[in-house]
Design a protein around this ligand. Structure first.
Ligand SMILES: NC(=O)c1ccc[n+]([C@@H]2O[C@H](COP(=O)([O-])OP(=O)(O)OC[C@H]3O[C@@H](n4cnc5c(N)ncnc54)[C@H](OP(=O)(O)O)[C@@H]3O)[C@@H](O)[C@H]2O)c1
Length: 270
């Protein structure tokens, strides 16, 4: 994927944060966009910010955790634009709960949007890409897809699962011309902590210090676009937190002791 000019780019989680930044950057690169998230009014706002004309953008609101809707959504994109060149599967929610406080029902809710909707969308979009021998699936995982931290068990589990699925899938389709890139951001300045799910199923509703001081989503989107043009398999971006998975490989014991100590000091609480 050397250029996004005239490419059909579908972005999920496009109503805010990283997805919004990707929409703005892709529009700037000449892409035609499909924007998906639950809040239609926010998608309309983002569409306005892209400056694209109506015939270059499709607003496709949906709750992606309703997996039964996914084939219908893909049909709508195909009937409007005929294909998907790049899928940014980016919609997701974080969690804020001790593992023992989070019921399996809450864990499943996180899994539905952060894992099952992502693989369902890939399974629905990839056959068209394989048929055309080109296309790119870009999945927003997290540094927490590489290392689990306290109070994020459901989130971290879902993001880890993405790596298992897409590493297998990528090896299966290596000869087809379809590329898969996993994004592993650290802290990015978005509403992800505000929107995180709690043990009661409600919203956490607090801006975490980590996100508040996190990296600019527009800068991250720039790095992502550069990376996918080079067909990178993974893109790691953030502050010192992205060293966590590397240190964990070197010494799981030391990193585990550090995570425990930080948990005791309530450092993961927001
Ligand atoms: N910010 C970070 O520090 C960070 C770090 C690592 C990974 N990430 C990942 O980055 C991705 C984007 O998050 P963000 O940081 O940009 O946070 P955000 O501002 O909260 O954005 C999340 C996006 O996902 C959409 N979404 C959530 N549930 C959905 C559902 N059921 N169906 C459809 N869309 C849904 C939201 O839109 P609606 O509410 O309108 O549905 C919103 O557009 C997520 O996968 C997140 O896990 C973020």
């Amino acid at each position: 994927m050397k250029s996004l000019n005239n490419k059909i780019v579908w972005i999920t989680g496009a109503s805010s944060g990283i997805g919004e930044a990707l929409a703005l950057k892709c529009a700037h690169e000449g892409a035609k966009l499909v924007l998906t998230a639950r809040r239609e009014d926010e998608l309309v706002r983002v569409a306005g910010r892209t400056g694209l004309s109506e015939d270059s953008i499709l607003i496709l609101p949906a709750d992606l955790s309703d997996l039964s809707r996914i084939p219908g959504l893909v049909e709508k994109v195909n009937s409007r634009f005929g294909r998907v060149d790049v899928l940014f599967s980016n919609a997701g929610i974080s969690s804020r709960a001790l593992a023992l406080d989070s019921t399996v029902e809450i864990d499943k809710k996180v899994m539905d949007i952060d894992y099952f909707s992502v693989i369902a969308l890939a399974k629905a979009v990839a056959p068209g890409m394989i048929g055309r021998k080109e296309g790119h699936i870009v999945v927003t995982s997290s540094v927490m897809g590489k290392i689990g931290t306290p109070l994020r068990s459901a989130y971290s589990a879902a993001k880890h699962a993405l790596h298992g699925f897409f590493e297998s899938f990528r090896a299966e389709i290596a000869q087809t011309g379809v590329k898969i890139t996993m994004l592993c951001p650290g802290y990015i300045h978005t509403q992800v902590s505000v929107n995180a799910i709690t043990p009661t199923g409600g919203k956490f509703n607090k801006m975490s210090k980590n996100q508040l001081h996190g990296k600019d989503p527009m800068k991250f989107a720039e790095v992502v676009i550069r990376g996918i043009k080079k067909d990178k398999l993974e893109i790691h971006y953030g502050g010192k937190e992205i060293l966590g998975p590397i240190l964990y490989r070197l010494s799981p014991k030391i990193v585990n002791a550090y995570l425990h100590q930080q948990h005791e000091k309530n450092r993961f609480a927001d």
